[in-house]
Design a protein around this ligand. Structure first.
Ligand code: NAP
Ligand code: NAG
Ligand code: NAG
Ligand code: NAG
Ligand code: NAG
Length: 326
């Protein structure tokens, strides 16, 4: 009996030490940059890291557009941000990334009504939720985390390109994850809606984001840069969906290693603001530093093939695509 007590005690002590170490390495974005006169979109800027990111941009004086599928939650977040920062130029718009129609509607609205777009944070994402199928017939996790942001980014590209300059490029930041390491791309299964583990969809979607950063960065001129961020392990309600197998494992790891949403947002903010970060494209940041995804995330053939496949799956017609790149 006493042996078990000792073992448990040892585990707790090790966990505390690792947790403290992890926290001591948490980097903070030190940029003092103001964003007055600039416009930023944070998808899912209504909870977790997205909310913290939107709050930070609002504090720096930006016009901030937050977007999620629920009116009530959006309005609550909006009130929170304006109350706390005093910035009245914050808006909420409905956006459901699990619907191609909603994603298009949102993008057209932005293109029609906004004069500029300096920053796009593709933050919205779901964890390993139960829902398997979207109305468009795709995997729910893949569409919210990858196909939706793919379509949104391309449709917003003309406005980003118009706003950015070589000396001050517009910036696209995608929220990837350490779990991209478990992701793999099987082109025969890219539109699959069944996997043994839902975590596989999540990991695949995060790998796709990096491959896309890689491919898109090759197609952009210097006035728009696109980079990915691995925020680390952040304690948000995204893990609520983890289910009976992974849930408890993740919760234990969460207790050991988790960051708060405010810390989790720092690397996104860094990628969006820091002057050094604006000089690179197609890269990955972690703890406010340049980092590296796994090797296969930079494979030109895979990224090109995924690009082609994604275009047809989200139904972008070639004349539309041309408009995105004019
Ligand atoms: N937490 C981590 O440890 C971790 C690690 C690596 C990467 N990430 C990534 O970081 C990003 C932010 O995660 P978080 O931890 O801050 O999660 P979160 O607290 O669950 O926030 C997710 C946000 O996305 C929005 N969203 C969900 N489904 C959407 C949809 N269909 N259309 C539009 N918006 C939608 C949510 O809006 P509603 O509240 O209205 O649903 C919410 O604002 C995600 O991309 C996640 O994959 C997180
Ligand atoms: C993707 O798969 C779904 C479900 O199998 C199907 O309904 C949909 O048409 C597919 N989409 C494309 C573009 O193949
Ligand atoms: C961000 O994701 C969008 C959608 O997947 C994609 O078009 C773009 O290339 C990606 N950029 C990065 C940095 O991953
Ligand atoms: C992708 O599509 C382009 C244009 O249609 C084509 O030239 C290219 O060979 C395709 N790439 C791959 C890897 O399929
Ligand atoms: C961006 O705009 C420039 C003109 O300022 C144009 O030459 C270039 O083709 C555009 N690039 C994209 C990716 O749309």
């Amino acid at each position: 009996m006493s042996l078990i007590v000792y073992i448990v005690l040892a585990i707790v002590i090790v966990a505390l030490i690792i947790g403290l170490y992890q926290k001591s390495t948490n980097a903070i974005c030190m940029s003092k940059k103001r964003l007055d006169g600039k416009t930023a979109i944070v998808t899912g800027g209504t909870a977790g890291m997205g909310l913290e990111t939107a709050m930070d941009f609002a504090e720096r004086g930006a016009r901030v557009i937050i977007a999620c599928p629920f009116q009530r939650e959006g309005e609550d977040a909006l009130k929170l941000i304006t109350d706390k920062t005093g910035n009245k130029d914050v808006v909420f718009k409905l956006l459901d990334l699990s619907s191609l129609t909603s994603t298009r509607k949102f993008a057209i609205d932005i293109i029609d009504t906004e004069k500029r777009l300096d920053i796009l944070i593709n933050n919205a994402g779901v964890g390993t939720v139960d829902k398997t199928l979207t109305d468009d017939g795709m995997s729910f996790i893949m569409q919210v985390n990858y196909f939706g942001p793919f379509l949104l980014t391309l449709l917003l590209l003309p406005l980003l390109n118009k706003t950015g300059t070589i000396s001050e490029p517009a910036r696209i930041v995608n929220l990837s994850s350490i779990s991209h390491n478990f992701g793999y791309i099987n082109f025969n299964r890219i539109n699959d809606t069944k996997y043994l583990f839902r975590l596989q969809f999540y990991s695949n979607s995060k790998l796709c984001l990096i491959l896309f950063a890689h491919e898109l960065s090759k197609k952009l001129q210097g006035n728009v840069v696109v980079n990915c961020v691995d925020p680390g392990y952040v304690g948000t309600r995204i893990f609520d969906s983890a289910g009976t197998i992974f849930g408890p494992i993740l919760i234990i790891f969460g207790l050991l290693f988790f960051k708060t949403a405010w810390y989790g947002a720092q690397t996104s903010i860094y990628a969006a603001l820091d002057s050094e970060a604006g000089k690179v494209s197609g890269q990955m940041f972690k703890n406010c530093q340049l980092s590296r995804a796994k090797r296969s995330a930079y494979n030109d053939e895979t990224s090109q093939k995924l690009w082609n496949k994604s275009i047809s799956l989200v139904g972008l017609r070639s004349e539309e695509l041309e408009k995105c790149f004019q």
